[in-house]
Design a protein. Structure first.
Length: 212
């Protein structure tokens, strides 16, 4: 599957000004997906690790809420069952919670040699491959909860905020430019919930990414 040419994308309708380097089309859950936040971060060492990961890994994130960068680290921690840091981070950023549900694409890539390359969709990390997952979360479920109540809900069911999720079944990803501050490329993904095509210029967002 190849990413749609820019002209074809615009014929389908461009939801944002392409002058910002980002063009996204597609639907997820029956609704057009127009991410206001498109950012990336590098995986780092876990707090108790003495060395950086052997393979260079990045995470590209597309979320349909503005200024969502501070929410992404806690949401990532939630996926790794780090309930304490997830709850504290999400509760501290309540001002950024969207009015409705938040749809997020998580695209993790593992470099083989160079970051700038075409990647193969896979179910797990491996050199030259990428993973792509979709999550829809309802942060309003945190309203009225304090840190202890959130932690209890999370440890009972770590997916207590998730209303829908899925893995891409088909996909292409090509990274055409990379620096510590910007990731550029194209992607084309198919989920059971819909499909997304994008050309992106994603700035860096410090999410505090590391494995379990």
């Amino acid at each position: 599957m190849r990413a749609l040419p820019l002209l074809a994308i615009c014929l389908l309708g461009c939801p944002r000004d392409p002058s910002d380097g980002i063009v996204v089309t597609g639907q997820l859950g029956g609704e057009a997906f127009d991410p206001a936040t498109v950012v990336f971060d590098q995986y780092g060492a876990a707090p108790d690790d003495s060395a950086e990961p052997e393979l260079q890994q990045l995470m590209l994130v597309l979320a349909d809420a503005p200024d969502a960068c501070p929410l992404l680290g806690p949401l990532f921690h939630l996926g790794w069952l780090r309930c304490e840091s997830a709850c504290s981070g999400l509760l501290a950023e309540q001002a950024l919670w969207p009015a409705g549900e938040l749809r997020v694409l998580w695209i993790g890539l593992t470099a083989d040699q160079d970051i700038e390359a075409a990647y193969t969709l896979a179910r797990s990390d491996g050199p030259g491959s990428f993973t792509a997952s979709y999550r829809r979360v309802d942060l309003s479920r945190l309203e009225g909860l304090d840190q202890d109540a959130c932690f209890a809900a999370c440890t009972e069911d770590y997916a207590f905020l998730v209303t829908d999720q899925g893995l891409a079944s088909v996909g292409d990803l090509e990274i055409r430019g990379y620096s510590s501050q910007l990731l550029e490329g194209e992607l084309d993904l198919l989920f059971s919930q819909g499909d997304v095509q994008a050309r992106f210029e994603a700035p860096a967002c410090e999410m505090g990414l590391h494995g379990p």
